[in-house]
Write a protein that binds this ligand. Structure first.
Ligand code: NAD
Length: 331
C-alpha cells in the first residue's frame, strides 16, 4: 500500500514508518519537524516532506502527487503535540495541532477520497481508573489534561466524519510506549540519560502512579493490523503483555528501579550509584493515578498480541541508548 505517515519523524511515527517499509509498504513521511521531530529518525527512508498538518494548501499538493504519482491508500496520523507537561503550561498548540491539524488533514483526505484514515490516539482520553479495572472501547471519555482533551476532541470529530460522510476512519488507542528514538523529555529516556549523566532523576509526587507499558514495535504491529485487518469506524486498543493475566500495571517508582537495575547490569555497576539519584518532586497538577486498557478485542478482531515483555523491551531500549549516544546528545 501507499501510506502517508504524518508525524513520521517523531518517536512512534518513525518506528512505524520503518516497520511498514519492512512489511512491504511504500511510505511518504510528512512532518513539521518541531522540537520533537528528528530527521535522523527517517534519514534512510526515500520519501520525506517537511510540512504542517494545519497547512491545507501544502497537503493538497502532497495528496495530488501521492508517492511517485500513485495515490495514497491510507493516511496514518501520528502528528501531535504529545507531552502532557507542556500542555499544562501552554494548551493552545495542542488544540491547533491535535484538533485543528487532524481535521484539516482529514478534510483533504476526504476531498481526495483516500480509502482509509487511521488516527493514533491514546488511553489517556478515558482519564484515570483505580484498582484493577480496565477501560473498554465503550467507556466514557474523561480526559484530564489539555493534551488528552485535545486527543479526545480529535477522536470525536474524526468519528463524526465516519458517521456523517461514511469515511473509513479508524482510531487506535494505546498505553505508554517506550523504545528507540523516544524524545529525552519522556520518562524512560529521562531515567536513562540522567542516570548516565549522574543527574537527579525526578519522580512526580509519591511515584505510585500506575501505568501499562508497551514496546513500540508491538504498537507498530497493532497499527499495521488495524490497517490491514481492521474495520471502518472501529476503535482498537493496544497495551503491554501481562495485562491480560490480570496484572494491574507497574508504578512509576517500580519502573524507575527496574530501568536502573537493567542499566546497572548492562554497565556492570552497582545499582545504588543510580538509585541515589532518585528525587521525589512536586506532583503534576491533575495527574492521573492509573491507566489500563482492555485490549482483548484486538486479539479476536485483529489477531494481535504484544510479544515483548517489559524486561526484554527495556533491555533492548537501554542497549539502543548506550549504542546511540550521538542521537540523544544531539536532541
Ligand atoms: P512525538 O512527540 O515523538 O512525535 C510527534 C511528531 O509530530 C513529531 O515528529 C513532530 O515534529 C510532529 N508534529 C507536531 N506538530 C506537527 C504539525 N502541526 N504538523 C506536522 N507534524 C507535526 O510523539 P509520539 O510519542 O511519537 O506520539 C505519536 C502519536 O501517538 C501522538 O499522536 C500521540 O498522541 C500518540 N500516542 C503516544 C503515546 C506514547 O506513549 N508516546 C501513547 C499513546 C498514543
Amino acid at each position: 500500500m501507499n501510506l502517508l505517515i504524518t508525524g513520521g519523524a517523531g518517536f512512534i511515527g518513525a518506528n512505524f514508518a520503518h516497520y511498514a517499509v519492512r512489511h512491504g509498504h511504500n511510505v511518504l513521511v510528512y512532518d513539521l519537524l518541531t522540537y520533537a521531530g528528528n530527521p535522523k529518525n527517517i534519514s534512510s527512508l526515500k520519501h520525506f516532506v517537511q510540512g504542517d498538518i494545519r497547512d491545507a494548501d501544502k497537503l493538497e499538493s502532497i495528496f495530488k502527487n501521492g508517492i511517485d504519482g500513485k495515490p495514497f491508500d491510507a493516511v496514518i496520523n501520528f502528528a501531535a503535540e504529545s507531552h502532557v507537561d507542556r500542555s499544562i503550561s501552554l494548551a493552545m498548540p495542542f488544540v491547533e495541532t491535535n484538533v485543528v491539524g487532524a481535521v484539516t488533514l482529514l478534510e483533504v483526505a476526504r476531498k481526495h477520497t483516500v480509502p482509509t484514515f487511521i488516527q493514533i490516539s491514546t488511553d489517556e482520553v478515558y482519564g484515570s481508573i483505580e484498582g484493577t479495572g480496565k477501560f473498554t472501547r465503550s467507556s466514557p471519555l474523561h480526559p484530564s489534561s489539555a493534551y488528552s482533551a485535545s486527543k479526545a476532541a480529535a477522536d470525536l470529530l474524526l468519528l463524526s466524519y465516519h458517521h456523517t460522510h461514511g469515511m473509513d476512519v479508524r482510531i487506535t488507542r494505546c498505553t505508554n510506549n517506550y523504545g528507540r528514538c523516544q524524545h529525552p523529555e519522556k520518562l524512560i529516556p529521562t531515567i536513562i540519560s540522567n542516570a548516565l549523566a549522574g543527574k537527579p532523576i525526578p519522580i512526580f509526587g509519591d511515584g505510585k502512579q500506575v501505568r501499562d507499558w508497551i514496546f513500540v514495535e508491538d504498537h507498530c504491529a497493532g497499527i499495521l493490523a488495524a490497517l490491514e485487518r481492521g474495520k471502518s469506524g472501529a476503535i482498537y486498543h493496544f497495551g503491554g503483555p501481562g495485562m491480560e493475566m490480570n496484572e494491574v500495571g507497574i508504578s512509576n517508582m517500580d519502573l524507575v528501579h527496574l530501568v536502573l537495575r537493567i542499566l546497572a547490569n548492562e554497565l556492570g555497576k552497582d545499582i545504588s550509584q543510580f538509585t541515589s539519584l532518585i528525587r521525589n518532586v512536586a506532583d503534576r497538577p491533575g495527574h492521573d493515578r492509573r491507566y489500563a486498557l482492555d485490549w482483548s478485542e484486538s486479539i479476536t478482531e485483529l489477531g494481535w498480541q504484544p510479544k515483548t515483555s517489559l524486561e526484554d523491551g527495556l533491555d533492548k531500549t537501554i542497549r539502543w541508548w548506550l549504542d546511540n549516544q550521538d542521537w540523544w546528545n544531539g536532541v
